[in-house]
Every structure is written in C-alpha cells, then in structure tokens.
Design a protein around this ligand. Structure first.
Ligand code: ACO
Length: 428
C-alpha cells in the first residue's frame, strides 16, 4: 500500500480544504484514505451498501467486475478450476501459495484428522425439528463449535487461528451432510479418510449403511468445481459480516456462524435455492414470457433469481466455468431433456437476448448454474446454500485470520446519518 497523491476536499463551509492521501494497492482502483476525515471535519461520509467504500486492505482475492476477472492470491480462477482440487485452493487461500506435493499431503491429512464431530455435538441435531431448514441447523451447529474448543481460543496466536481454520474446513462437510441426513431420517454417515474432500462429502450425503456408494468422477469433479468457484469472493456481504463479527475479538466459530446467517439471504447465497424454486414455480417453458414480463415491470418487485450481480457487470468468470460443468453433468447423467433443465436453458437463452437484461447487464450468475448442477447431482434444493457455506468457509477463515493479524485492524464501527426525531422532552 503506497501513497500516490493527495485529494483536496473543499467542504464548501468556509473552512480550509482538507487534504486526504490517495493510496494505491497492487491492482484495482486507488482509494481516498478518509480515516482522519471525521476528526478534521466533524463530518461523516455516507455510503449505504458500501458501494464506494473499501472496508479493509486484503491480499487474498481480487475482482475486476468490468473485465470479468477473479484472482485468488493472484491466480486466475479459470486456471485454478482447471488445474487444482479444492484442498489445494484452500491451502492457497490460507497460506498465500499453492502447496507442493508434500505440503498438499500434510495439509490433506491435517484436514482428515479433524473431520469427525465430537459425539456431544452430534446430539445437537436431535434438538432440531426434522423439517428444519439445513441453514438453520448450520447456523446453530457451527456456532455451537464455540463450546468445544477452549484449547485454541486465543485468536492473537497464529497457531490457534490455524487450528480453528482447519477444524472449520474439516468439519463443515460433516456438519452439512448430517443436516441432510437428519432431515431425511437416515443414519449419519461418518467421514472416511481414504476419500478426497469432495468424494467424502458425497459419501456422507448419499451413502447408506445397507449398500456401497461410488460417485462417478464427473460428479466428484463437478462438486469440486462448485467448491473452488465459491471458496472466496473478496469483501461480499457474508465475508464482511465475518470480519465485522471478528473485529470485536469474537471466536472464529461464532464469526463463521454469523457469516452463514448472512449468506442465507436470497440476494446472496440463497439465490441458487431461490432460483430452483423460481424454476419450479414457472413450471413450463410456455410460462417464461409471463415471468420475464413480471421481472421487467417497475410496479412489481419480482426479480429473476440467479440473474445479475453487484460486482460483475459484463460477465462472471465463475458463471462461465459453472455453465461448462453444467453441460458436462447433464450429458454424463443424460438429463438434457429433464423438464426443469430444459426450462432453465430456455430462460437463459431468452434473457440473454432480451433488451431489458442486456441494457442492465444482467446475466445468469454462478448460482443460476450451480443450482442446476446440484439438482442434477441429486442434492435437494434446500441444501444448496448449505453447500455454498461449506465452500465459503475457507474464504471466511482466511479473511478473518488476515484481519486479526493486520496491525491496522480495529473494531468495526460504522456511523450513521440520523434522520429521527430531534431531541425533545416528555410532556406530563
Ligand atoms: N431480475 C430483474 N431485474 C433485475 C434483476 C433481476 N434478477 N437484478 C437487477 N435488476 C434490475 C433492477 O430492477 C434495476 O433496474 P432499474 O435500473 O430499471 O431500476 C437494475 O437491474 C439494477 O439493479 P440493482 O438492484 O441496482 O443492482 P445491484 O447490483 O444492486 O443488485 C443483485 C445485484 C442483488 C445480485 C440483483 O441483481 C439481484 O437481486 N439478483 C437476483 C438475486 C441473485 O441472483 N443473487 C445472487 C448474487 S450472486 C451471489 O451471491 C454468489
């Protein structure tokens, strides 16, 4: 981070203009450093939704939404998706470099060494209704991990942070799969150390004690790709939630639970579930026009789920990769003629040709395709966001740990523009 030049701000109130440093990172837009602004002017800046505000400095993920670029630690997402598996990407996000063969094997073994849940924690599941949404279970069970690991709760210790990160990355697949098994009333399937991260998750989701389960390599690769593409995404809503929660010194399990709660919203990670529900609601290709009309109607706040992105306004590189995987999986499973898949592909075609969507730069996002892929893998719609949370956990812990080790880190405390009633007295 270097100072490039100075911005001069005239507040128009007769006071001397304020000089504010302009800082450069290694890539991306420069920032005006307003940290001293309030102390020098008595004013705050106003930026609902943080459209213009860099909340932190970070060396993990870079996005250029106009150019459709996404880098993890400098590597383009396309190259990572083609050449790496998910745990290599986890290692990269956490440590900054890709692992060599020995480092990968040590890291994979460390994850496998933490994949089981404490049996006491397993008992938590029975406290939930069978029909509880898996994300509700995830928020609860991940938060409850806070009560189990007092041995490594000193967040100022790098080794404690690393151990907590490993525990979270290792246990999330187990927690997620158990949420599903509990929901459908099947016995929990425990993790297996001879399987890869993605194979193991599929095993815990779909194996039953009565018979052998062996997923096809295309399916394992598709899941691995979903995990890689969702592993981190810079300062999005849930990551910012994890950072804000963590900025008070809260423990990492509580912070990740807060991130899961935020991710659940339909404008964020809940979009893939909302997208499949929308396809079910549309029901048939003949009704697409009706729904597109609704999405365009200014008096109707209906939106096409799985379309649009806050940052990617030309194309989302993850959506392009996921689209490829989508076709690979539909071919492998012979599903191109399935009613909902045909409907999704037709919706994609119509929206891509429609002036309303073109002029607003609304394209199918990664979750449009990841929802279709997950449905093809036999994953129920309600599990989609839970799988997103499992993938994003590594990004959340990497960002949380980076924040804690940054000497500039402070508790997050946004300000406000008060618009309520001015001070008054109670009249008696
Ligand atoms: N369907 C129809 N119209 C839309 C959609 C949509 N999905 N998304 C945006 N628009 C329209 C808006 O109505 C607005 O139109 P106007 O200019 O005529 O008023 C214009 O496009 C810009 O919309 P904004 O809400 O200002 O765009 P923003 O960048 O803030 O929103 C968001 C991005 C929240 C993702 C939005 O596109 C959306 O709600 N999409 C559907 C939900 C979704 O798929 N979310 C997943 C995001 S990806 C992820 O979290 C991994």
């Amino acid at each position: 981070m270097t100072q490039k030049s100075t911005a001069i701000l005239d507040l128009g109130n007769g006071s001397d203009p304020i000089e504010l440093p302009i800082l450069s990172g290694t890539m991306g837009p420069d920032v005006v450093d307003i940290r001293t602004f309030h102390a020098r002017s008595g004013m705050f800046t106003y930026d609902p939704g943080y459209l213009s505000t860099a909340s932190s400095r970070s060396g993990i993920t870079f996005i250029d939404g106009d150019e459709g670029i996404l880098l993890y630690r400098g590597y383009p997402i396309e190259q990572l998706a083609m050449n790496c598996d998910f745990t290599e990407v986890c290692y990269l996000l956490m440590k900054g470099e890709l692992p060599d063969r020995d480092q990968k094997s040590t890291f994979d073994n460390a994850i496998k060494g933490h994949s089981m849940l404490h049996e006491q924690l397993v008992k938590f599941y029975t406290g939930f209704r069978r029909d509880a949404h898996p994300m509700a279970v995830m928020v609860g069970v991940v938060g409850a991990l806070s009560a189990f690991y007092h041995d490594a709760m000193d967040i100022t210790e790098a080794s404690h942070r690393e151990l907590s990160a490993l525990r979270l990355i290792a246990k999330l697949p187990t927690i997620t799969a158990m949420a599903y098994k509990y929901n459908i009333g099947q016995p929990f399937i425990y993790p297996r150390n001879d399987l890869s991260y993605s194979e193991n998750f599929l095993h815990m989701m779909f194996a039953v004690p009565a018979e052998e389960y062996k997923p096809s390599p295309v399916i394992v690769r598709a899941l691995d790709r979903i995990l890689i593409l969702h592993a981190d995404h810079e300062q999005n809503a849930s990551t910012s939630t994890v950072r804000l929660a963590g900025s008070s010194g809260a423990n990492p399990f509580a912070c990740i639970s807060a991130g899961i709660a935020c991710l659940w919203g339909p404008a964020h990670g809940g979009a893939n579930e909302a997208c499949l529900n929308m396809l079910e609601e549309i029901g048939d290709v003949s009704r697409i026009d009706e729904y597109i009309k609704r999405a365009k109607n200014k008096d109707d706040n209906y939106r096409l789920m799985g379309f649009g992105h806050r940052v990617y306004k030309n194309f989302d590189p993850r959506a392009k990769l996921m689209r490829e995987t989508c076709h690979e999986v539909l071919n492998e499973l012979g599903l191109h003629n399935d009613r909902l898949f045909k409907l999704a592909l037709e919706l994609e075609r119509i929206a891509l040709e429609d002036e309303y969507f073109i002029s607003r730069k609304l394209y199918p996002n990664v979750d449009f395709y990841s929802g279709i892929v997950q449905r093809a893998l036999g994953i129920p719609t309600t599990m989609f966001t839970a799988i997103f949370a499992m993938a994003r956990t590594v990004g959340w812990v990497a960002q949380w740990s980076e924040m804690i080790s940054d000497p500039e880190y402070k508790i997050g405390r946004p300000r406000q523009l008060y618009t309520g009633t001015i001070m008054r007295d109670i009249t008696t």
